[in-house]
Write a protein of this length. Sequence first.
Length: 699
Amino acid sequence: MIVDAPSPSVTAGSLLIESCVSLISPGTERMLVEFGKAGLVAKARQQPDKVRQVLDKARTDGVAATLDAVRSKLAAPLPLGYCNVGRVLEVGEGVQGIRVGDRVVSNGPHADIVHVPRNLCARIPDSVGDEAAAFTVVASIGLQGIRLAGPTLGEFFVVTGCGLIGLLTVQLLVAQGCQVLAIDYDGNKLALARQFGAEICDLSAGQDPVATGMAFSRGRGVDGVIITASTRSSDPVAQAAQMSRVRGRIILVGVTGLELKRADFYEKELTFQVSCSYGPGRYDPQYEERGQDYPFGHVRWTEQRNFEAVLDMLRAERLDVRPLLSARYAFEDAAQAYADLTQDASGLGLLLQYSSPREHRVVSKIELSGASRYRRDSPVLGVVGAGNYASRILIPAFKAAGAQLHTLVTAGGVSGAVHGEKAGFQFASTQLEDVVRNDEINTVVIATRHDSHAELVARALDAGKHVFVEKPLCIDQTGLDSVRRSYAQARSEGACQLMVGFNRRFAPHVQKMKQLLDGVSEPKSFIATVNAGAIPATHWTQDRSVGGGRIIGEACHFIDLLRYLAGAPIVRMQASCMGQVEAVPVADDKASITMVFGDGSLGTIHYFANGCGGFPKERIEAFAAGRILQLDNFKSLRGYGWKGFRQQKGWRQDKGQEAGVRAFLDALRSGDPAISADEIFEVSEMTLRAAEMLRAPSP
C-alpha cells in the first residue's frame, strides 16, 4: 500500500534525497510481505523468541495489556525497501563530501523523498547509470560475506542460492580470481551464474551438491562456501561442511536452519560465521545515526566503503547487473510490483521508477480526514511525535477524553500520516512550526525522544501554548533552566499550563493508597521495587546525550510517585549503584535511591535491570502507623492492618495514563493544574541530582 505522507525533514548529519529509482530486493521483501499477510499463529511460529517475551509480559502485566501491545506492534507501519538511488535535495548540518544535486545511492526505503544518515549513502560515479547503481546495496550484502570469507586468487568457492544476492556474489568472487560453483534449484538462475563464469550444480536435476563440490575442487574440498539461500532447512550448512576442506570457511549471508552436527565442523576445524548485512557499522547507532566513522586504518571496509567498492566495480564494468533486471514499474504501480513478486519466485531485480513533479513530492503538510472546525473554548491539540507509546497509549487517551485533534507532527512523515488518519487528526506534518505557530492550536503534546523535550517545551510555552510533555521534562540542568524561564514568562503573560506525563500518580490503585495514607498523620516509609529489565547499552535510552539514561528517563516516574504519596517536598537524597566488578562496567540502571521528605517520611527506590522478566515489573509498598499497603504491578492492591480495607483488584493493569490525560484536560478547563509546576520542577531537579550522584566516581 502506498501512503500519502508529508516529506521528511532533514536533521543534522543526514540528507534528504529525491528518489529516481529504487530496487525491490526479492528475497527480503517477499519474506516481509508474506509475514505481514500471515495470521497471528503463523507469525508466532516464525518468532519463538518473541512468543516467550509475550508470555512473560502476559504473566506480569496481564493478558489484555499484552494483547494491546502485540496488536499495536504488528499494526505499526513498516516502510519497505533499502536500495534507493536519487539526487540530494537538502543537506543537514555537519554533512561533508556530499552537496545538493549529487546523485547518491543509499539504503533509503521506497518513497518519493527519503531521509538517510550520511554514512548510509555514497556518491555515484558519473559513468554509472541510476538503474545499475540501484543494485549497490544488495551487492554490498554479498560483498560483506566475501570479506568475511577472505578468498584469495585461485581458491575454490561455492555459492549456495542463486537469487539476486547470490548471483552478484558469484560475479564478485569471479572478479577476485576464484573458481566458483553455483548451487540452486532454478535452471534459469543457474544459466545466469554460468554466464557470469561459474560452474553449476542443478538440484532440480537430482545432482548431489556434496559430490559436485568435491569434484569441482579436484577432490580436495572447497576452500569456502557462501550461503545466500533462504530456507528453513539446515541442509545448506550441513552440505557446506561436508564439501569443505580442512579449515574451510563457511559464511551465512542468507537465512537457513541451524541444526548442525558437531562432528562435521569438529573434525575439519571449520570456520562458520554469520554475515551482518552491508558491513561494519550496521546497527551501530554511533556510526549510522551519529555519523561517527570508523578510522580508515583500523576498519578498512565499513558499510559505506563497501557501497563505494561496488560502485567502483560497476564503473569498471567488472560487475554486470543488466541480466539481473527483471521488470520496471512506475512507483505508483508498486502494489502490482509486490503482487508479481509474491506470485512469481523467479523474478530477480524489480525496479521502481519515480517521475512525479517535485512540487508534488516536497510537501511538509498534508490534509487528512479529520475535523475542520474547532471550538476555542476546548483544548485543540497539536501532537509532536507518533512513536509506539504516543500512537498506542497517549493519542488514544486524548481522543477518548474529548480533545480536539488538529495536527500530528513527526520527523519522518509516514507514521504521522498513518496514525494521524487512524486517530482523526486534520493534518499530518513534518514541521514543528505547523503546531507552535498555528493560532487554532492552543495545546501542544510532546512525545519525542528525551533530548528534544526541553527545547520543544520551551518553544511551545514561548508561543503561548499549554504543554503536556511525556517524561522526562529534560535530561540536563541547562534544559531544566530553559523550561523554567519559558514557563515563568508564559505565566506572566497568560494562563499557560505545563504538565509532565507522570501518569502513575493518577492510577486508581495509587489514588486509593493516597486516600488511605492521607488519613495517617505520622511519617511513612515507602519502597518502590522496579524490575526494569535489561536494555542493551546501544539503545538510545541508554545514551545520556539522547535518552538521558534510565534513571532520568524512567526512574523519574517513581521519584514523582513517592513524592505524591508522601505529600511533602524532598529535602534530602542519596543514591548508590552497583560498582564495577572485574569486567562489569558501572551502570546507573542498577541502583537504589533514598529520599527524605519534609514531613519525616522516607522513600527508597530500587531500580534494578538485572532481574528476571517473570517477576512483576513494579511493586510499591507503604508502611504507616502499624499498617502496610502493597501494590503489585498496578493490578492488585492489598492492605494489611487497615480497618475496612483489604484488597482492590483491577480487571487489567492500569498505570493511570488515561486518568492522567483526563486530569490535564480538566485542568485546562478549570485553570487548576493537575500537578503543580513547583512539584514538576522539584521532581525534575531531584531526578537530575540522583543521576549525577550515580554517575559520580566512587571515592
